[in-house]
Design a protein. Structure first.
Length: 132
């Protein structure tokens, strides 16, 4: 058995110890996500989702004859982003509702869903080191 000293990182989660307790955050992971999406210069968002945002499926749009929102060409890109955001909810439970809402549209996401996911990343930009 080998003593590896105090735990600092585990599966991308940073562990910070203080006299008042332990703090877990994913600062590095969130900053890499922001950089990967090219949002380093983007304006941070104050909330994870816009208020009164109505996200719908494509069949609902067809029934109501709404044609302003189209399907995403690369579904895998959306699925990977939502998966990464699910991982961030470990240390940022404030985005859990927004991520859960977006995860309902994994099969056939639209551009409005992608924009909502990008808004969550912009929200995380406000405090990337936030943790529990």
């Amino acid at each position: 058995m080998k003593d590896l000293r105090d735990l600092k990182y585990f599966l991308g989660i940073e562990v910070l110890r203080s006299k008042s307790g332990v703090i877990l955050n994913q600062r590095k992971y969130v900053l890499e996500l922001i950089f990967e999406l090219g949002l380093s210069g983007a304006k941070p968002a104050s909330t994870p989702l816009e208020s009164n945002l109505k996200l719908t499926i494509i069949e609902f749009d067809a029934a109501t004859r709404a044609t302003d929102d189209t399907l995403l060409e690369d579904v895998n890109l959306y699925q990977r982003l939502v998966g990464k955001l699910m991982y961030v909810t470990i240390t940022s439970p404030d985005i859990s509702y927004a991520v859960q809402t977006l995860s309902q549209f994994m099969q056939r996401p639209k551009k409005s869903h992608w924009e909502a996911a990008i808004r969550i990343v912009r929200y995380l930009k406000c405090s990337p080191g936030q943790g529990v």
